[in-house]
Design a protein around this ligand. Structure first.
Ligand code: GLV
Length: 326
C-alpha cells in the first residue's frame, strides 16, 4: 500500500505530481483555509502532511496525527508549527528555505520603492481623474539612492536585501543576534546596535523570524527612535510590529510611511485603522508569490515528505535530532 499524504490547499502542481508518483494524495481542493475540524480528521490517518502557514501544527494536531512522520511546511517561516512538540514525539518538521530568498527580497525592495515614491497614491490619483498638469509639488517622495537602509535580521533574505540596497548606492547597516563579519567584509555592511539602526536608517526592513522574543519588537518606543522621514518595511511576520503603535506613528507623522506584506492579524480586518492611511501600503502576504518560486516551494515541500517517507533525511528538516534518535 502507498503511504498516505494530505495537502492542506491547492498548491502548484509540480509538488503534487511528485507526491503522486509514490503516494496516495488527498488534497483540500480549495483556495480557502481548511477548517480545523476537517484538517484534524484528514491528518488522522496520514503518513505525511504538506501544510501551510495558515495551519496550526500543535499538540492537538499531533495527538490526532498518530501515523504522521512529517509535517512539511510550504513556507520558510514556521511559527505555525510547534517544532519542540514534534521533536518530542519523533515527528519530523520541515520548511522551504533558500528557494524563496531572492523572490522575497525582490518584493521587500519593491515595497520599499513603492512606499518611498508613492506608487499607490499616484495610481489612485490618475484613476480618480485628478491628473490635470505636471506639478512641481505633486506627490513628492523620499530618495532611495544613497539613503541608509537598516536591516533588522541578516539571514538569507536580509542579506539579499542588502545586495539590492547596494545596487542603489545605499549605505547598509544591520543588527542581528549573530554578527556576520564575513558579510560585513564581503558586502561592505556596517553592524550597529538595534537602537542605532532605528535612529540612523531612512528605511528599516524587518527580516527576523517571529517568536516570543520578536513579538511587537517594533512598538511605540522603537518607532519614536526612527526618523520622521523614515519608512518601515515588513515582509517577515505581522506580529513583529505592534499595529496600534504603527497606526499612531504613521498618523502623527512620527514616521513617514510603511510598506507591509504581513499584518496582525491576517487577513487585515476591513475596519483596521491602518487601511485608512495613505502612507501605509499593504500587500496580502505575497512576497514569495512568483510562478517559479511557488513551484519550487511546492517541490521542496514534496521532496521533504518523500524523503521522510522513504527513510531518508528530508533536505530542509527543522529537527534533525529526530533522525539521530531513531
Ligand atoms: C512566507 O511568509 C514564508 O514564510 O515562506
Amino acid at each position: 500500500m502507498q503511504p498516505k499524504v494530505y495537502v492542506t490547499r491547492r498548491i502548484p502542481e509540480s509538488g503534487i505530481n511528485l507526491l503522486q508518483q509514490s503516494c496516495d494524495v488527498e488534497i483540500w481542493d480549495s483556495d480557502d483555509v481548511v477548517p480545523r475540524d476537517v484538517f484534524l480528521e484528514a491528518v488522522a490517518d496520514k503518513d505525511g502532511v504538506l501544510c501551510l502557514l495558515t495551519d496550526k501544527v500543535d499538540a492537538e494536531t499531533l495527538d490526532v496525527a498518530k501515523n504522521a512522520k512529517i509535517f512539511a511546511n510550504m513556507a520558510v517561516g514556521f511559527d505555525n508549527i510547534d517544532v519542540d512538540e514534534c521533536t518530542k514525539r519523533g515527528v519530523m518538521a520541515s520548511n522551504t528555505p533558500g528557494v524563496l530568498t531572492d523572490t522575497t527580497a525582490d518584493f521587500a525592495f519593491t515595497l520599499l520603492m513603492a512606499a518611498a515614491r508613492r506608487i499607490r497614491e499616484g495610481h489612485e490619483f490618475v484613476h480618480a481623474g485628478k491628473w490635470e498638469t505636471w506639478g512641481p509639488l505633486l506627490l513628492m517622495g523620499q530618495d532611495i539612492h544613497h539613503a541608509t537602509l537598516g536591516l533588522i535580521g541578516l539571514g538569507r533574505i536580509g542579506t539579499e536585501m542588502a545586495r539590492r540596497g547596494q545596487g542603489f548606492s545605499m549605505r547598509v547597516i544591520y543588527n542581528d543576534v549573530v554578527r556576520r563579519e564575513d558579510l560585513e567584509q564581503e558586502l561592505g555592511l556596517e553592524y550597529a546596535d538595534f537602537d542605532t539602526v532605528l535612529k540612523e536608517s531612512d528605511f528599516v526592513s524587518l527580516h527576523v523570524p517571529y517568536m516570543p522574543a520578536t513579538h511587537h519588537l517594533i512598538s511605540t518606543e522603537q518607532l519614536a527612535l526612527m526618523k520622521e522621514s523614515a519608512i518601515l518595511i515588513n515582509t517577515a511576520r505581522g506580529a513583529i510590529v505592534d499595529p496600534q503603535a504603527l497606526y499612531t506613528a504613521l498618523k502623527s507623522g512620527e514616521i513617514w510611511a510603511a510598506g507591509l506584506d504581513v499584518t496582525e492579524p491576517e487577513p487585515i480586518p476591513m475596519d483596521d485603522p491602518l487601511l485608512t492611511l495613505d502612507n501605509c501600503l499593504i500587500a496580502p502576504h505575497i512576497a514569495s508569490a512568483s510562478f517559479n518560486t511557488r513551484n519550487d516551494m511546492s517541490e521542496l515541500a514534496a521532496n521533504n515528505i518523500l524523503a521522510a517517507l522513504s527513510g531518508k533525511r528530508p533536505p530542509t528538516i527543522l529537527n534533525p535530532e529526530v533522525l539521530e534518535d531513531s
